[in-house]
Design a protein around this ligand. Structure first.
Ligand code: URA
Length: 470
């Protein structure tokens, strides 16, 4: 293989053949293609894009670089969710146990905070003792026992993605739709899923802020999933304000626990329910409780070419929603969360007593500097402030302070008067409180005029097209 020729072809707008991608990635993994050649190729891809067959070939090579989970014989539909990341996005902590309580197997592999966005692993690790570094064998055993595990990317899963991602991070080639799609989908497809739901964020707090580009990313990931036999659905959701009220690791974990107990902010609950419904529809779990045998039979039926849902689509959707809401109100989802925390070494008392979570040394209330309408609560400013206060990383080996962050009760559209309490700031010292205040001054915009907000769930995207929901 003559790598400079491949780089030249890509640089000049040509395409590599699928076999060339396969060979190249295998050689890169074996160490015979050096990082500088891969960096040059990534930049050529960034500038020229990739065709659909090229993207599929790169994805296959990335998946093949590691091990895949195999749930054959489990007797449960295996479905996961991936979020493109945002501020205050603690949905996974509620959704994974909720979907498992509804009869799905959920092998949720998540990431750490990236840039201004928080990460599920950092939130879970705020629970004293919680271990996210399970091996794949431990993960498989836990899923067979309780239906859910929430873990980090193990060295066995798509190892080439880890290397490519680290290189993209330092060569200004992260924001490239085919590379992002391959990176995310390589990890998800290695989970051996029967279905995948994507939560693609839109707005200034999202990783990709341009709405047209977030739709393009959703469609690229859906195409890859469907082409590889994994039915994939995306919801486009709002990230022009933080989701829920809490931003910061332990604060978000506490809010997720409130949601599991049927309390907590409505936007968090409604978005989680919508994603859970999609997961159940993909898993065919739209009826009431079934025993293991019936579930297995339903799964086998779904695996053959039988119609996915014997019920009309709207009835299946309504049944799935009833099931999800019942799992929340009955406490089954909370119980599943507790089982998972215990199985992964965390303190299960956290469910009844969130004060076992680490607590900030300094807490201060933030008051409205003037009266008017809250026009914006800008999420990127909030996310960056959490990082600067110590709740995220600026270098990959930074420690994260789980206690810091905000609870923001002010919502866009709300009328407020001067000196009304709008938020609480949690910090490790007075300097952190001052930083938090400055961030809230900038993020919470108060004035007169109309408030423009993205709908919480703007659209449902499938291989068949885009269904606007608002
Ligand atoms: N998350 C990933 O896993 N990969 C990307 O490329 C971007 C976000």
């Amino acid at each position: 293989m003559f790598v400079p020729g491949l780089i030249e072809r890509k640089r000049d707008g040509g395409a590599l053949a699928p076999e060339e991608w396969g060979e190249l990635i295998a050689a890169y993994q074996a160490g015979t293609v050096p990082d500088y050649q891969m960096a040059a190729l990534l930049m050529a891809v960034f500038l020229r894009g990739m065709t659909r067959p090229e993207t599929a070939a790169l994805l296959d090579a990335m998946v093949a670089s590691g091990r895949c989970l195999d749930f054959a014989g489990l007797g449960l539909p295996v479905v996961d969710k991936h979020s493109t990341g945002g501020v205050g996005d603690k949905v996974s902590l509620v959704l994974a146990p909720l979907a498992a309580a509804c009869g799905l197997a959920v092998p949720m592999m998540s990431g750490r905070g990236l840039g201004h966005t928080g990460g599920t692993l950092d939130k879970l690790e705020s629970i004293p003792g919680f271990r996210t570094g399970l091996t794949l064998d431990e993960t498989l055993a836990q899923i067979a026992r309780i239906g859910v595990a929430m873990i980090g990317q193990t060295p066995e899963i798509a190892p080439v993605d880890k290397r490519l991602y680290a290189m993209r991070d330092v060569t200004a080639t992260v924001e490239c739709i085919p590379l992002i799609a391959c990176s995310i989908m390589s990890k998800k497809l290695a989970e051996g899923l029967d279905g995948l739901v994507l939560d693609v964020k839109q707005g200034s707090g999202a990783f990709i802020t341009d709405p047209a580009k977030s739709l393009e990313l959703a469609q690229a990931m859906i195409a890859l999933g469907e082409d590889r036999g994994c039915p994939t659905v995306a919801l486009l959701t709002a990230m022009d304000r933080p989701l829920g009220r809490a931003c910061g690791n332990a604060l978000e974990t506490e809010e997720a626990i409130m949601a599991l107990r049927g309390e907590g902010p409505e936007d968090l609950r409604e978005e989680t329910v919508a994603l859970a419904v999609e997961m159940l529809l993909l898993g065919g779990q739209t009826r009431g409780r079934t025993d293991g045998g019936a579930r297995k039979a339903a799964h086998e039926k779904r695996r053959t070419d039988a119609p996915t849902h014997p019920q009309p689509a709207s009835a299946a959707r309504a049944a799935a929603e009833r099931r999800v809401r019942e799992a929340l109100s009955s406490g089954k989802a909370a119980e599943k969360f507790q089982q998972m925390v215990e199985a992964q070494g965390g303190n299960p008392a956290v469910l009844e007593d969130p004060s076992v979570l680490p607590q900030a040394l300094e807490v201060e209330v933030y008051y409205a500097p003037k009266g008017g309408t809250v026009l914006r609560v800008e999420p990127r400013t909030i996310g960056r402030a959490v990082v600067e206060m110590g709740g995220g990383r600026t270098k990959s080996d930074d420690d994260v302070d789980p206690t810091v962050g905000f609870v923001i009760t002010a919502r866009p559209g709300q009328k407020v008067h001067a000196s009304e309490a709008l938020a609480s700031i949690f910090a490790k010292d007075p300097a952190g409180i001052a930083l938090g205040k400055r961030a809230l001054d900038a993020a919470i915009q108060i004035g007169q005029g109309t408030v423009e907000m993205l709908p919480l769930i703007a659209a449902r995207v499938t291989a068949r097209g885009v269904e606007k929901l608002a």
